[in-house]
Design a protein around this ligand. Structure first.
Ligand code: HEC
Length: 176
């Protein structure tokens, strides 16, 4: 190829890119990539899946093995927590009566601001589930140095056990 041919090739390249760019611009202008104002598939209202989640969680826990949960608690939690009535707070707060107790409310325990900020909420089964799945995700900055439990059955067993730590445990939560 001589110099002129190279030049033509270069011009051809430039022109084709310019054309491509032009097409893209026109395409973008004509069909803007905006999401439609209403989704094509109606999304459920927020409360419905939450309720469904709560119900299925209860069902899961009803069938769980509290004894296995107790065993796990001894292995995983007892380094930092006590579980019996009126036992002292240790590295972590005492966990007697934890289910439905207001968050960060064990007398005399000094909580992090991360957990303190959630004081208006209670330890519902859902909150406990989220907390024990990933403490740092539930309350970023918490000092509970525990990575979380990812196995659903183990979590259910653990919550079934925590439910027994009460003067009046729900019927289905009595130790099996
Ligand atoms: C390494 C120590 C450690 C381990 C292990 C640990 N925790 Fe904790 N836990 C803490 C500390 C510290 C706090 C207080 C966190 C804060 O103030 O941010 C806490 C807080 C909690 C709370 C909130 C209590 C309240 O009064 O609001 C619950 C519930 C809890 N832990 C459950 C568990 C369970 C169940 C396990 C075992 C699966 C576990 N923890 C394992 C140290 C630990």
């Amino acid at each position: 190829m001589n110099f002129l041919d190279w030049n033509k090739t270069a011009i051809a390249f430039v022109l084709s890119f310019a054309t491509l760019g032009g097409c893209w611009y026109v395409g973008q202008t004509l069909v803007a990539a905006k999401p439609p104002p209403t989704p094509a598939i109606p999304l459920n209202k927020e409360s419905e899946p939450d309720k469904a989640k709560g119900d299925s969680l209860k069902a899961l826990i009803t069938q769980a093995n509290a004894q296995n949960g107790q065993h796990m608690a001894q292995m995983l939690c007892s380094v930092c927590h006590t579980f019996t009535k009126d036992a002292a707070n240790t590295l972590g707060p005492n966990l007697y009566n934890i289910v439905n107790r207001p968050i960060a409310s064990s007398n005399g325990y000094s909580y992090t601001p991360a957990l303190h900020a959630k004081q208006k909420e209670s330890w519902t089964l859902e909150n406990l589930w989220e907390w024990l799945t990933a403490p740092q995700k539930f309350a970023q900055g918490t000092k509970m140095a525990f990575p979380g439990i990812s196995d659903k059955q183990q979590l259910a067993d653990m919550l079934a056990y925590l439910q027994t730590l009460s003067d009046s445990p729900p019927k289905n939560a009595e130790k099996k």
